[in-house]
Design a protein around this ligand. Structure first.
Ligand SMILES: [Zn+2]
Length: 110
């Protein structure tokens, strides 16, 4: 993984309504919400730089789904995001807008 050790951070969160159009930006996490402001999906590009557009379901009836935590201008997701079907095989956490590569976190245990 070439990006090991490099700190990557999303610079902001953009909220949109359900099905609202938006543009993918490398540094923005887009949160799509329903009419009651409940989060539906998160949209962002893979932070490894491969350009893949990632869509995370954020509602509990989806399998799988991610918990999203938004505090002030920071977003975190739980659990980690693993692009096992993607060529880049990226596996990372997003905590307070920061990308934490799984390999960096766990390399001591391999
Ligand atoms: Zn990638």
């Amino acid at each position: 993984m070439i990006l090991g050790g490099v700190v990557i951070k999303f610079k902001k969160i953009q909220f949109i309504e359900q099905d609202e159009k938006f543009t993918f930006d490398d540094r923005i996490v887009v949160i799509e919400r329903d009419e009651n402001q409940n989060p539906l999906f998160a949209h962002f590009r893979c932070p490894c730089g491969c350009g893949k557009e990632i869509i995370l379901p954020l509602y509990e009836t989806s399998k799988p789904y991610w918990d999203v935590f938004i505090k002030k201008r920071n977003v975190s997701f739980y659990p980690s995001i693993y692009l096992s079907n993607s060529e880049c095989q990226s596996h990372f956490w997003i905590i307070k807008n920061k990308v934490l590569w799984s390999e960096d976190l766990y390399e001591d245990y391999y």
